[in-house]
Design a protein around this ligand. Structure first.
Ligand code: FES
Length: 104
């Protein structure tokens, strides 16, 4: 198994509290979330269809896909509202100073 790579994806100020941001890195398209100053990352592509989770709305720890309003917990990737059925992949996020790093 290969060790995860830590990639600098943006500054902490680039994702406002309650906000989302799409990041393309290492061949992946990720959605970053800022929940009360804590950062989380998942795949951006909704497991249900063509939705982009970085374009969805964040309610606390839940991201609502703007396509069919399915929801995921950004901490665990678990589905919290249908029609989604398959969890979303999550990634570890590390904040170093004012930089946000994702392990992929
Ligand atoms: S594409 Fe995301 S809920 Fe359907």
């Amino acid at each position: 198994m290969t060790e995860p790579r830590r990639i600098d994806v943006c500054g902490t100020a680039d994702v406002g509290v309650g906000g989302t941001r799409r990041v393309e890195t290492g061949g992946l398209t990720l959605a970053l979330y800022n929940v009360d100053g804590s950062f989380y990352a998942t795949d951006d592509h909704c497991t249900h269809g063509p939705g982009s989770l970085s374009e969805g709305e964040l309610f606390g720890f839940e991201i609502e896909c703007d396509f069919h309003q399915g929801c995921f917990d950004v901490r665990t990737g678990e589905v919290t509202a249908p029609p989604c059925m398959i969890p979303i992949k999550t990634y570890a996020v590390i904040v170093e100073g004012d930089r946000v790093m994702v392990e992929i």
